[in-house]
Structure formats: structure tokens, C-alpha cells
Design a protein. Sequence first.
Length: 86
Amino acid sequence: MYNSERIPETSIDQRETNGYRNDVNTDGTDQYENPADSIPRRPSRKVVLHFDLNNTILVSDAVTRQGTVAALEYFLSTVTWGRMTK
């Protein structure tokens, strides 16, 4: 059955419908502070790899046209393991 009662329209700000974010100040900065900014950051960790130059091989794959860097990344991801710590 048809409901003849008119549903009141809600007022929508035109700026909100065009991708405009109300939480951004006019100068482009967020008006809300990122909580991650207050966490002290440790220096980033580095991975140090040691290779025996006498047993070093050239890594690349001509069949898949994979370059040296990509082939080495794939190789290392398949033969290494570990765990990440916070």
C-alpha cells in the first residue's frame, strides 16, 4: 500500500556532498590530531645480510624477465624466516 505521508527532507550541506571534508581546516591541516604522532618513534631497524663472496651467485630470471633485484627479493623471501618484534 502506498504511504502518502511525506517524509521530511534532511538538510544536507552542499560542501559535504562534494567530497569536502569538514574535519580539514581552511589551510589544509587536519583539525584532529593524529594519535600516532604522540607515540615516540624508535629508529627504524635495518637488515644486514652477510654473503660469502666465494659462493656468491648471479641471481636473475630470463624466462620471467625478472631483474636482479626482484629475483633476489623473491629468493630471500623464500629462504628466510623470522618474527617481527615491537
